[in-house]
Design a binder for this molecule. Sequence first.
Ligand SMILES: *Cc1c(COP(=O)(O)O)cnc(C)c1O
Length: 463
Amino acid sequence: MRYISTRGQAPDLTFSEAMLTGLARDGGLYVPAEVPQMPAGEIAALAGLSYEEAAFRVMRPFVGDSFADAEFAEIIARAYQGFGHDARAPLCQLGPNHFLLELFHGPTLAFKDFAMQLIGQLFEAELTRRGERVTIVGATSGDTGSAAIEAFRGLAAVDVFILFPDGRVSEVQRRQMTTPTEANVHALALAGDFDDCQARLKDMFNDFEFRDAVRLAGVNSINWARVLAQVVYYFTAAVSLGAPHRAVSFTVPTGNFGDIFAGHIARRMGLPIEKLVIATNQNDILHRCLTGGAYRTEGVTPSISPSMDIQVSSNFERALFDVYDRDGRAVAQLMDELKAKGGFDVSQGALGRLRELFASGRASEEETRAIIARAARRMGRTLCPHSAVGVKVAEEQGIGATPMVTLATAHPAKFPDAVEAATGHRPALPDRMADLFDLPERVTKVPNTLTSLEALIRERTQT
Ligand SMILES: *Cc1c(COP(=O)(O)O)cnc(C)c1O
């Protein structure tokens, strides 16, 4: 199995090379050269399997020779053992033919654990085999950083540094990053906002001398291995609702397009997905693009669903690659235009194909709060604000004979202020993490300058 860049100018890589590389050298994102097909019989055979067994069967063809079967199965088992629900991704019913896929039973209560826990184990196994160590640096607005720290804490082959905007993440998110005690975990509170964190991260990756010296690696949402991990739950959910004999639709609260792109891959593998719906909050660049054909940045307006507050959606490039018939040159041109002019127009042909693949909708702050309140009152469910955006957009699509599955991307207790404001009740953390507020915090405040950050990371990674 080979991986190619969406911009067509980087070398082809194996699965583990693409995983360790992250961003391709031509600035593109890695995608499989061909998407493996899963025949209906094999999809049907997933029924009744454990999540881990299903994960093995769905992901195996993408991994190629990078991991042997037994090793890969063990990696999957380790990745999901810390989840607080035996089903890993249980499905519950919200209303007539409307289902909620609960993706928040992992150690940091957001769906990112599905990918991060797996990638942590994959990195550890591959680096140990190579006798190498890497330094993972990530920038986070909250969820990615806590999921990364939780996934890499205590691993021997990795140091993990997470930059978060000082004072701008929720208390639960901050404590999830600052309470792990392992020596390889470094939570850095940067004097600036999330864009500053991302900009400094980019600067570090562009400083090749530094990048090579500390063996910098990234695990942000463009990493192919993360997308792959998310393909699995589309299969388990659809099969439990009758696939492959019956088609299923999905609505996905979307920011960087990683989660919904995984749904697109599941469909390309052969899973009968009828509608794949992009749900955005008021930062609706994707919805505007699908509606009007122009992909144009407008700045970020902070919302109560902060993990979807994005200016550009990094994984959208992978979808563009497909709808431009995998023409790397065309994609590179669009991305150059985005950088130079803050936007581009999608060609008529490509826009038509995008609209065949995806539907879209947006939820305002008002609408999101109203859904949280109604779900608590009428559906017996407490939704996090991201999941509420999904439920609003799913309902707007009209739920007919095809089951609709809305992805619940975080536990409500991760966003207690927004949930309390909408329902009057403060959601409690699951029992297994009730001590989060009693544990001592360990955090380093850092100025918003590249030199001080690099000095700190060099110092801490010297062995
Ligand atoms: C990251 C995140 C999203 C958006 O997922 P993408 O893969 O970036 O589209 C939605 N909800 C929550 C809770 C998240 O943490």
